[in-house]
Design a protein. Sequence first.
Length: 407
Amino acid sequence: MNIHEYQAKQLLSQYGVAVPPGEVCSTPEEAIWVAHKFLIGGAKELVIKAQTHAGGRGKGTFKNGFKGGVRLCQTAEQVYEVAKAMLGQVLVTQQTGPQGRLVSKVLVAVSSDIKKEFYLAVLLDRSTSWPLMMVSTEGGVDIEEVAARSPEKIVRELIDPAVGMMPYQARKVAAALGLKGDLFNPAVKLLLGAYKTWWECDATLVEINPLALVIDNDGKEIVRAVDAKISIDDNSLYRHPEIQAMRDLAEEQALEIEASKYNLNYIKLDGNIACLVNGAGLAMATMDIIKSFGGEPANFLDVGGGASQEQVSAAFKIILSDPNVRGILVNIFGGIMQCDVIAAGIAAAVKETELDLPLVVRLEGNNVEVGRRILKESGLPIISGDTMSDAAQKIVKAVTGTSEKSA
Ligand code: GDP
Ligand code: MN
């Protein structure tokens, strides 16, 4: 699950990461009120930031022509006008796709007088299975770009999860960023705080881009998180009700929300062959084999190890509400699950949804004979696949007219 920048900054500041003072607003009236408050408090400049999960807002454009999802303002009246131009409008950035994202909240914050921008991220290093802190002196730009152009500018520090990030490691990273003198200890505190946020919140990613060297109102240099992005591991949400409450359904695909109600793992893709599979690994393999025979999967769908008839029926409705779908491949291995239960679920779902698309079913495992008989005796036009590759070829052929193994 992703959260908004203003929410990420709330979490980070709870763990000692310095962030600019700011408040989230849903109306221009709120925004002007917050602006007055900061200006009276001595702020010289304010920044208004459209809140969408997609990044690249600074360089984005609203569909109404207004330029930039991150704008600097000197007066409260300007803040009002900018908030009015952003709220209720659709922002298109490199990460949103052409359809863009509706902005319904803006963050009004004290602007940072930025002297230098850095990149900081905490994530899981999959090759060592250890947390990894990644920093770069090239901040504010895409890290993928830095990785491609000047990989030597990315510094990596692996963290032993049993002991957490050690102060010496934070000192090493701060030094690598060239943060010295009065900046050194605050930087160490910030780095340790970023790691702690990642760990305590069960995040999959904490990204601060830019982390900035800022001149504050008194002319003093400080380091703080000017932007923040946090993704949380969905499987951990049950133990973080306060983070779960940060979920913004407007940012998610409608079909994925519906799927999560039934505990189905569904991810929409661009192809036209829907798949319904039990187990994530088998679902991946099923997508691969569809592609291998020249088809394009319309989705990833894992109904779980022990799906009920209700879940199977919900799964059918979800894959069928994708207008691109031209055929369905069901691939079930009855390990925990009984094939006859699944077969009954499929037959019921086909009747209920009055399915008129080609449906290929491959069943294997517990009670497979009973399962196959149920499908056969249902009188429904279900095509049976004997093996995975037989089933994949049959559905690709039914949808595209041909099936050809590409590799
Ligand atoms: P993103 O484009 O969605 O990643 O949004 P960011 O918050 O990272 O903003 C984009 C860029 O705008 C940053 O890299 C900064 O250069 C600039 N920016 C963001 N906030 C401020 C601010 O408070 N003051 C100034 N001067 N520039 C800012
Ligand atoms: Mn950014």
